[in-house]
Design a protein around this ligand. Structure first.
Ligand code: AMP
Length: 509
């Protein structure tokens, strides 16, 4: 691990680095930060962590001066978590001379939750994170669900300024009594520490009501308020139920809601939240080529009563649009223009139909002409970007099973269930050989097929665009020695152990 203090050092260290996962922090690291860093470590070749107590995000009278600064301990922790670059600039190094150009988030995202109580806070956060993203140019930015408003705002900044960074949100890490880990927990004295546990108890009470079917904001908020009232030392700043991406208040939860609180315990301000989702889950199945993802995904969807989102059909649809336009496949700009300007749509009627610019192209996208061109079109970053957006739209309501090389890491990083379906090279080669035999294709031996598979794996995991990676929160299923039915049974079993899905599915299927 390299500890770096200057922008010049950072840029030099990053010159030959690709596929960076980036975790911005203010230091005083704890296992909550550790969860973000571990996810980044698992999903990226290079992990950069920044430690910067950002003066721009502290309002006058807040705890900027006494915020804990523990660089030595942080350095040791980062080294133990496998960080490659720890960037800890001084204030003048990063901010130069004031006044600085500011990134001001849209007003609709700063009307609720923390923003009205912390004037200028999110402008400070957006400014500094934008600056760091510009310097580091990571593939993925790792953020904690604990700071849900920060997540929504940074996602919007990245989208609006076209910063081209993926955002990965990591669930909140908690103490045994439920208290969300926070650098500010060190301010709590021994008497306050157990009192702080009440915050999560309040949220959990509402969560339980939600699981029992309660959807009204008033009832859920009141449940938290009642629980917090049990602890007189807690002074409530807000308890709000909002729609997570837009941060607008909800009167009732239709698909998902964020129940968030801020309280004071003495001078210490603590925040926490729970995400209440009433949508059906997204099941994301990743894994190397030839592990049987598409067959398994279709069957899992059938077994669970969900919809199989055929992403391959979307890529074929775009490919057909490109072929029809006459743009040469090698013309990346032309292909990008077609992909971005041709509407493609999947409709379930009830069988899947595929529409390109309003025209039913279900059959034509399966022709050999399209089959031959699809991998070349799908490899184009612009095409993946357009389809990323479309796939996420289908994912918004949930209730889908979807597979691909980067589904759980890039397309649906918040999927409720992620499966990484794998099998040894030998096993995949054997299966492929059998398939070829059944198609009457002989002459290839298993060893040659294995070699080709190995090469493909290496290519897929080193791709610049959407490489194959196992999401840190994926359940790994090794299908060696299992048939398709066995794999499907395992996935269904994983699903069933997640009781929250079961109760939602039972209510909604
Ligand atoms: P901070 O150092 O407080 O600015 O936090 C840096 C990052 O760590 C932010 O994305 C936080 O949301 C995240 N984080 C802080 N506490 C936790 C936690 N208990 N669990 C998960 N992520 C956290």
């Amino acid at each position: 691990m390299r500890l770096i203090h200057t922008l010049a050092g950072l840029q030099t260290a990053l010159a030959d680095r690709e596929a960076v996962g980036f975790v911005p922090t203010m230091g005083a690291l704890h296992p909550g930060h550790g969860a973000l860093i571990r996810a980044a470590r698992q999903e990226h070749r290079t992990v950069v962590v920044s430690i910067f107590v950002n003066p721009l995000q502290f309002a006058p009278g807040e705890d900027f001066a006494q915020y804990p600064r523990t660089l030595e301990a942080d350095e040791a922790l980062c080294a133990s978590w496998g960080v490659d670059i720890l960037f800890a600039p001084t204030v003048p190094e990063l901010l130069g001379s004031a006044p600085l150009t500011q990134v001001v988030p849209p007003v609709t995202l700063t009307q609720n939750l923390c923003a009205p109580h912390r004037p200028g806070h999110f402008t400070g956060v957006a400014t500094i994170v934008t600056l760091l993203l510009q310097m580091i140019r990571p593939h993925t930015l790792y953020l904690g669900q604990k700071d849900a408003q920060q997540v929504a705002i940074l996602q919007r900044v990245i989208q609006d300024l076209r910063l081209g960074v993926q955002v990965r949100v990591v669930p909140t890490v908690r103490e045994a009594d439920g208290l969300a880990l926070s650098s500010r927990n060190r301010y709590l004295n021994p008497a306050q520490r157990p009192q702080a546990g009440r915050i999560y108890q309040g949220l959990h009470r509402a969560e339980t009501l939600f699981q029992q079917g309660e959807r009204q904001a008033g009832v859920l908020v009141e449940a938290v308020a009642q629980e917090l009232a049990q602890e007189s030392a807690l002074k409530i700043q807000y308890i709000e139920l909002i729609h997570p991406p837009t941060l607008q208040p909800l009167t009732r939860i239709e698909t998902e809601g964020l129940l968030a609180v801020a309280v004071f315990l003495g001078d210490v301000r603590l925040i926490d939240n729970v995400l209440l989702k009433s949508r059906l889950p997204v099941v994301a199945i990743d894994g190397p080529a030839g592990a049987g993802k598409s067959t398994v995904s279709r069957l899992v969807a059938q077994r669970l009563g969900l919809t199989y989102l055929d992403t391959g059909a979307l890529y074929r649809a775009v490919t057909w649009a490109v072929l029809r336009s006459g743009v040469p496949l090698a013309d990346a700009v032309g292909v990008a223009e077609v992909a971005a300007s041709t509407p493609v749509e999947l409709r379930w009627q009830p069988d899947l139909r595929v529409f390109v610019a309003g025209e039913d192209c279900t059959d034509i996208i399966r022709t050999p002409e399209v089959t031959q061109a699809v991998s070349q079109v799908a490899a184009q970053p612009a095409v993946r970007q357009v389809l990323l957006y479309i796939q996420r739209q289908y994912g918004q309501r949930g209730g889908i099973v979807v597979e691909g090389r980067d589904i759980g890491t890039t397309v649906f990083p918040t999927a409720e269930l992620k499966i990484f379906l794998t099998a040894s090279v030998q096993e995949r080669a054997q299966r492929r050989w059998q398939e070829l035999q059944q198609q009457g294709i002989t002459g290839l031996d298993v060893a040659a097929i294995a070699q080709a598979i190995q090469k493909r794996d290496a290519q897929d995991s080193q791709r610049q665009v959407s490489p194959l990676r196992q999401a840190a929160d994926a359940v790994v299923i090794d299908s060696d020695g299992l048939d398709v039915a066995g794999v499907v049974a395992q996935i269904v079993a994983v699903w069933q152990t997640r009781s929250q899905f079961q109760s939602q599915s039972a209510a909604q299927l």
